[in-house]
Every structure is written in structure tokens, then in C-alpha cells.
Design a protein around this ligand. Structure first.
Ligand code: 0PR
Length: 390
């Protein structure tokens, strides 16, 4: 049935009203948040742009290059190369494409060390590219056991058939927010000339802006290109970067990695394409540029400090009610121990609270994104207490 414009908009509005709104403070298990308001105007300005054919959208392509440099800058890289793509999933799959294409023995499956705590996008990559994953045990801090990695590589790297082709480490893991000991992992990767990819999809816009007072003693916070072996980093503006979806980021140490991604695209204005997705909007790219220019490092620092402050507030409140965190929060993610997290999560949902759960440990997972305020935390803890009583 054909509709006029008013009818179309009214019908869509009704659907949209069924959605939850970040500002209501009930979304506690999401790594996304309400984008910075400037992105509304930017989205309109760039709504028809297509970076799949950059020769037609030269200005938008220039913005992408500038954003990559801005992000490279706070990741300690003066000469970065990369793309603003659909999200962390595409970024991680792109990094795995590099490892696959670099792998030394084409006759066997590429072997990659991947943390147990890795996001499920790595599982998609494994399935698509027939990768073999080695998953080191976790320490009691829920990070990869570095000694295991060292021993494993020493034992296997003499034999070409068993050699490790790549290592993935995480800076801000999805479930707990932990950061692998990337400083030590980088040393091992460097000594053995192994490609190291860091998934900082969430942590990339948090860790560089973390005030000292929120850092724990004897914990590794280093994750970026200042570590010699780090070759690529996933870092998503559409998570803590406050850009609208879709804006994920894959940043490489330099442009030498492009050739491992390029496929021929002879009929385009640019005759090679490196990104997984062909036709892709410039909206996220331009919005990330705008939000980053507006906020600057100071702006992100203020946002991260507020989120960390709320994180500690939630832990304090939770403890008052007898709920215990699994670990001291590293970033703005809290895991609260629970004997039946799926059931608790469901019960909370029935009364309008949306948290998620951890699979690596029995716990509820709460992410203190910028849209979550102290009054939401107070209400939530009350709701959790009432759910657990019944
Ligand atoms: N790497 C890490 C460390 C992640 O946490 C995520 C997503 C990804 C990669 C993949 O990113 P994209 O989803 O952008 O492809 N982490 C969130 C999660 O799985 C994604 C998310 C965001 C889920 C908002 C729900 C939600 O409401 O929890």
C-alpha cells in the first residue's frame, strides 16, 4: 500500500517508539550510547556519500585519512594507515585477513593465539578463513597467561608446520573490561617476528584517557603502537568515541599492510579495494571526525572520568547490598557475581532493566556508558535487590 510522506513518518515513528532510549538509563549492557548531538547534522550532510568509490567522494575520503591520523595520534603512531568501517567485527575480521595472507605455510591452517575472552567476531573470522586458534589459559585476573604463550611459541616455532602466525590481545575485553599484558606479549611477538593485533574496540577510546587515580598498581595499561610488535588495532568510534553507528576503526602501523588486503576493483575510481564491505557510508567517518574535533583529548578525558566515577559508585552501592564484583573494575565495565545470571537477567528485563551476562564466569555485566547516571545506578541496585529477594 502506498503512503504519503506524513503517513510514512507517522508509521515509522510508531515503530521507533517501541525502541528503548539510552537517556532513560535502562540500557546497562550496551557498549553503544547516544551519539554526540553534532552527529545528527553531520549525518544529514554526508548521507549519500559512498567510500566504496572514493574517487567520487574525494572530500569524504580525505576526512577518513584525517580521522585515521587523529586516532593514530592518540595511539602513539605518527604514520598510521587504516579505515573507518562498519564496526569492531569488520575490523577484527580485517586483521585476521592480514594474518591469513601473511601466514608462512599456505598448505596448513594459519595458527593464531587468541584469548579465551575474545569477542565472538573472532569466531566468525575463524569460520570464514579456516584459522586454527590456540587459547592460552587465563590468569586469575582474566588475562592471557603470558608464560604459557612464551613456552608455547618456544616449543613450536622451530617447526614451520607448527609455527604461530599471529597473536590477538585485548585491551578492554567485552565481558570484563580486562587488558591483556600486551607489553610482555609484544616483547614475545617481536622476538619471534609474529604479527600482533590488539582488539581495543572498546578500550581504545577509554585507556588513553584514563586518569592515574583510576589505574591499579602493577597492572599493564600499555596497548598501542608504542609497543614495537603491535601491527594493528581495532578501535571503534561508535562505542566510547560517541560517534553514531556505523563507525568502527582498524588502524595499522603503516601502509605496508594494505597490499595484504587489496583485491582488484578495476572498474572503480580506485582500482583496488581493501575493506571487506564495498559500498560504505561516509556518515560514521565524518561524524567521528566532527566529534573528535569537538571533544578533543580533554573532552574524552572528562567523559571517561565520569564513567569511571560511576563505575566505582556502582561497585560501592552493589557491595552495600551484598553483591560482589568478580574483579576490581579495570575500565567502565562491572561484572557482579551471580549464581544464575541468565535468570536474573531475564527477571530484570521483565521489570525494564537491560543488563547482559558474562559467559566466562557466572556474573551480570553492567557497562557504565556516558548515558548512565548515578540516579539510574541507585534505581538499578534497588531493582536488582528486589529481583534477588523473590
Ligand atoms: N571487540 C570487542 C572487544 C567488542 O566488545 C565488540 C563488541 C567487538 C569487537 C565487535 O564490535 P561490533 O559489534 O561493533 O562489530 N562488543 C559489544 C558486545 O558484544 C557490542 C554491543 C554493543 C552489543 C551494543 C550490544 C549492544 O547493545 O557486547
Amino acid at each position: 500500500m502506498i503512503m504519503d510522506e506524513k503517513e510514512v513518518l507517522e508509521a515509522l515513528k510508531k515503530y521507533r517508539e517501541m525502541d528503548l532510549k539510552y537517556e532513560d538509563g535502562r540500557i546497562l549492557g550496551s557498549m553503544c550510547t547516544k551519539p554526540h548531538p553534532i552527529s545528527r547534522k553531520i549525518s544529514e550532510m554526508f548521507f549519500e556519500t559512498n567510500l566504496g568509490d572514493p574517487g567520487l567522494f574525494k572530500g569524504t575520503k580525505k576526512i577518513e585519512d584525517e580521522v585515521i591520523h587523529m586516532m593514530g595520534n592518540f595511539l602513539n603512531n605518527d604514520n598510521p594507515f587504516g579505515y573507518i568501517i562498519s564496526g569492531g567485527t569488520e575490523a577484527n575480521i580485517t586483521a585476521m585477513r592480514i594474518i591469513k595472507n601473511l601466514s608462512i605455510k599456505k598448505e596448513r591452517l594459519p595458527k593464531v593465539i587468541v584469548p579465551e575472552t575474545a569477542h565472538f567476531s573472532f569466531e566468525k573470522a575463524r569460520e570464514m578463513m579456516d584459522l586454527e586458534y590456540i587459547k592460552p589459559p587465563l590468569t586469575n585476573c582474566y588475562t592471557m597467561d603470558v608464560k604459557y604463550i612464551k613456552d608455547y611459541i618456544e616449543d613450536n616455532n622451530k617447526n614451520d608446520n607448527k609455527k604461530i602466525d599471529g597473536i590477538v590481545a585485548i585491551a578492554g575485553c567485552t565481558e570484563l573490561g580486562t587488558i591483556d599484558n600486551i607489553k610482555e606479549i609484544s616483547k614475545i611477538a617481536e622476538e619471534n617476528k609474529i604479527y600482533l593485533h590488539v582488539d581495543a574496540a572498546f578500550g581504545g577510546f577509554v585507556i588513553p584517557f584514563l586518569e592515574e587515580k583510576y589505574k591499579m598498581d602493577n597492572y599493564n595499561y600499555e596497548f598501542d603502537f608504542s609497543l614495537n610488535a603491535v601491527s594493528s588495532i581495532t578501535i571503534d568510534p561508535h562505542k566510547m568515541g560517541l560517534a553514531p553507528i556505523p563507525a568502527g576503526g582498524i588502524i595499522f602501523r603503516d601502509s605496508s599492510f594494505k597490499k595484504y588486503l587489496d583485491v582488484e576493483a578495476p572498474y572503480l575510481t580506485d582500482t583496488h579495494q581493501a575493506t571487506l564491505i564495498g559500498t560504505r557510508t561516509g556518515i560514521g567517518v565524518a561524524s567521528a571526525w566532527g566529534v573528535m574535533k569537538l571533544l578533543g583529548k580533554e573532552g574524552y578525558k572528562n567523559i571517561v572520568s565520569k564513567c569511571m566515577d560511576n563505575t566505582h559508585y556502582l561497585v560501592k552501592k552493589a557491595k552495600e547490598y551484598g553483591f560482589e564484583p568478580v574483579i576490581n573494575p579495570v575500565l567502565n565495565i562491572v561484572a557482579l557475581k551471580d549464581d544464575n545470571p541468565s535468570e536474573t537477567c531475564l527477571k530484570l528485563r521483565q521489570i525494564g532493566w537491560y543488563v547482559s551476562i558474562c559467559k566466562c564466569v557466572g556474573a551480570l555485566r553492567i557497562i557504565l556508558m556516558p548515558h548512565v547516571k548515578k540516579e539510574h545506578i541507585d534505581e538499578f541496585i534497588g531493582a536488582l535487590a528486589s529481583v534477588k529477594k523473590n
